[in-house]
Design a binder for this molecule. Structure first.
Ligand SMILES: *[C@@H]1O[C@H](CO)[C@@H](O)[C@H](O)[C@H]1NC(C)=O
Ligand SMILES: *[C@@H]1O[C@H](CO)[C@@H](O)[C@H](O)[C@H]1NC(C)=O
Ligand SMILES: *[C@@H]1O[C@H](CO)[C@@H](O)[C@H](O)[C@H]1NC(C)=O
Ligand SMILES: *[C@@H]1O[C@H](CO)[C@@H](O)[C@H](O)[C@H]1NC(C)=O
Length: 663
């Protein structure tokens, strides 16, 4: 479905702005019908401070984040009850949607560094230091030890090699430029650029036996720009701070791929540990995250060639070399994987005109630690939105479509709570969901950004034009955004949702066509002088353009015309156009998904094979081209052509849906 993720900032003052933005999306989507003459009044009221002050949202954030609340902990269950209570008391009928899923926790960890055979190995403490005066020091003991969720249990020992960000191109440099082979080594990678699960997978593919990932000062520690300061004096990670996270490459409960972990424990089909490993999404070598300080200590033990310039750290860091060795790392991780109970909280405000069309607003609640920014700045906004909807309902407002508020659990482990719910409700969502708006990390520093499927560009523009810049009341957020130097180019968002797609009346499908043409142009450049025929895509884009112009005209006709014979006839027309727009994005998906990433169904944009955080256009073609350039075989180029055909087919499907006629 159409997805939007919005982030606003400037800690306390902007949280209500985010909420306003979030709601602008909803109201634009929901109440833009002429059947609700007073909708603009409700809209204004919704955005006004008269409904409530910033105190309630601040209290929500406090209530959600007073203790560490990792998925399936008692504290997270209490937070779920809090969300349920706020929804319910806002007159939003709500319930828990619980699942039993495979989660992973650390049992024991150790990391030893041998610098010279004469000396005994150095043992890292693997502890994060609370800072002096930390008001939450008393509960810091409840924080789970730093680890990589779903890391392989075991010991790995070998000479250490520094691999920069652990990307495919970094290994290529190591091999081709520096003559370093990481086979049998423990690699040291720095966080950033790519998803940590891909750091581990890429290392495994290169023959490494273990992976240590650290947060480099240059990227996370104030670097050279902020005088080397860190939290609480600045926003940067302290030297002992460690980024915890999942290294699972799939989506949803690894033991129930493609179906919901519903019912009590033991009541649904579940893969064995061996079968889970065969699926290929859990790592097969152990890994550990470490702090910037520990990473630097390991770097000092590495000799060999000096790493290239952009592999280096901040000014006062030691010179980074790539190894292998002479430092030897011995890494041991023992994890416990067990079936645990998680709770999503679901609230439903039934639509007055189209109760069977869903606009979904969601965010997760679970956090590795306290989760003040990620995710609960977004959950606090979600709760504030629920309360404002409650107040609007008291004044007679009803949404046009059904609004579903979702508070997900176990997102940090791999989008588990949302995925299980979607898997369970797949059929209804596939036919009824109009759009999904996500508000993770809603507040976290200055500036505004949003990511969405390209069809929502115009909507985001309109919404930000209606919101006042929290730092300068004489301009709109849109103006602040455009004048900030970062053009409001809306980045395509890789939807992890299985039910990709959909649309709404405000959808501008036409600019999407320009984007498609540009993608083909880029592709042409990339495969010039290869015998690949791109005309099927060009032809399908032409058809799509015609279909888009046609539906745009139909939309304008509906908006302009006042002389409908009956109200019913008008409603049917609107519904028909909306449905076709909604289905168009779904048409870009393909049941078989992307090769090697079958979970991702969208063939126009998606993640790249070696970076789940990345996004690219025509991801299937892009990956096929990379493979073909590497192998240079007729067969591999033939696969590129196959991917070209696949893309041209989904574009054709989209135009057929827009036209709304059978062939
Ligand atoms: C609420 O807003 C006022 C005025 O902008 C500000 O002074 C105050 O610090 C804010 N309170 C919270 C809890 O964010
Ligand atoms: C790296 O070393 C391993 C083990 O010695 C060897 O099997 C592999 O072929 C080497 N890889 C390259 C690219 O040379
Ligand atoms: C690595 O360290 C562990 C102790 O944490 C030890 O049991 C193991 O023997 C070491 N591995 C090697 C290969 O020395
Ligand atoms: C506030 O916005 C107005 C209108 O865009 C602009 O002229 C003014 O310079 C801004 N003020 C500050 C302090 O940035």
């Amino acid at each position: 479905m159409i997805t939007v993720a919005a982030t606003a900032a400037n800690t306390t003052t902007t949280i209500s702005t985010l909420l306003a933005i979030a709601t602008s999306f909803l109201l634009l989507l929901i109440t833009s019908s002429p059947t609700t003459p007073k909708s603009s009044n409700y809209h204004t009221l919704f955005l006004s401070t008269s409904l409530s002050s910033n105190v309630s949202i601040s209290n929500h954030l406090q209530a959600l984040t007073h203790s560490p609340h990792i998925a399936s902990s008692e504290a997270n269950s209490q937070a779920a009850n809090y969300v349920l209570k706020v929804f319910t008391s806002s007159n939003v009928p709500s319930h828990m949607a619980s699942y039993h899923v495979l989660l992973s926790y650390p049992l024991s960890r150790s990391l030893l560094l041998t610098t010279t055979p004469q000396e005994p190995p150095f043992s890292f403490s693997l502890k994060q230091e609370p800072y002096k005066g930390d008001p939450y020091a008393a509960v810091s003991g409840e924080v789970v030890p730093t680890f990589h969720a779903y890391a392989k249990s075991g010991t790995a020992e070998g000479p250490v090699v520094y691999v920069n960000y652990g990307r495919v191109e970094d290994y290529l440099s190591l091999r081709k430029k520096m003559g370093v082979n990481v086979s049998g080594c423990v690699v040291l990678a720095r966080y950033g650029k790519i998803f940590r699960g891909d750091i581990v997978k890429n290392a495994y593919d290169e023959g490494a036996v273990g992976v240590v990932v650290y947060s480099d000062r240059k990227d996370y520690g104030g670097g050279d720009d902020d005088g080397g300061r860190w939290f609480p004096d600045s926003k940067w990670l302290p030297p002992s701070g460690v980024q915890v996270g999942s290294v699972y490459q799939g989506t949803g409960d690894p033991s129930t791929p493609g179906w919901a972990s519903s019912g009590g424990d033991g009541e649904c089909e579940r893969l064995t540990k061996e079968e889970v490993e065969k699926e290929g999404d859990v790592p097969l070598i152990p890994s550990l995250p470490v702090s910037g300080a520990d990473g630097e200590k390991i770097l000092r033990s590495i000799g060999g060639p000096v790493a290239e310039h952009d592999w280096q750290g901040s000014k006062d860091a030691p010179t980074y070399r790539v190894g292998p060795g002479p430092g030897i790392l011995n890494l041991t991780f023992k994890g416990q994987e067990n079936i645990a109970s998680i709770q999503n909280v679901i609230g439903v405000i039934e639509g007055a005109e189209e109760p069977d069309r869903y606009v979904i607003l969601g965010n997760h609640r679970d956090a590795w630690t306290f989760g003040a920014v990620d995710p609960n700045s977004g959950t606090a906004a979600l709760l504030e939105i629920a309360q404002r909807f409650g107040k609007l309902q008291k004044q007679g407002w009803k949404p046009r479509r059904t609004i579903i508020l979702c508070n997900w659990d176990a997102e940090e482990y791999g989008l588990i709570g949302s995925t299980e719910w979607v898997e369970e409700n797949r059929e209804l969502l596939a036919s009824r969901a109009v759009a999904y708006l996500n508000s993770d990390c809603a507040v976290g520093g200055a500036g505004f950004n949003a990511m969405a499927t390209p069809q929502l560009d115009e909507l985001i523009k309109k919404a930000t034009q209606q919101v006042t810049d929290p730092d300068n009341s004489s301009q709109s957020l849109y103006e602040a955004w455009t004048s900030s130097g970062t053009s409001p180019l809306i980045i395509q968002y890789t939807t992890h949702c299985m039910m990709i797609s959909s649309g709404c009346r405000n959808l501008e499908i036409l600019c999407f066509i320009g984007m498609l043409q540009l993608n083909v142009k880029n592709l042409e450049d990339e495969i010039s002088n290869k015998d690949i025929n791109l005309s099927p895509i060009l032809k399908s884009i032409k058809e799509l353009e015609k279909a888009a112009i046609k539906i745009n005209d139909q939309r304008k006709e509906i908006e302009a015309s006042k002389g409908w014979r009956t109200w019913k006839e008008y409603q049917m027309k609107v519904r028909d156009v909306n449905d076709r727009l909604m289905m168009a994005e779904r048409a870009f998906t393909d049941r078989d998904g992307l090769l090697g990433m079958t979970w991702h169904k969208h063939l126009i944009y998606g993640p790249t094979k070696n970076n789940d955080y990345g996004s690219q256009s025509f991801p299937g073609i892009g990956d096929a081209v990379r493979v073909a350039k590497n192998l240079q075989t007729a067969e591999s180029w033939h696969r590129v052509q196959h991917e070209v055909w696949r893309v041209s087919r989904v574009i054709k499907h989209a135009s057929l849906v827009l036209i709304g006629q059978l062939t």
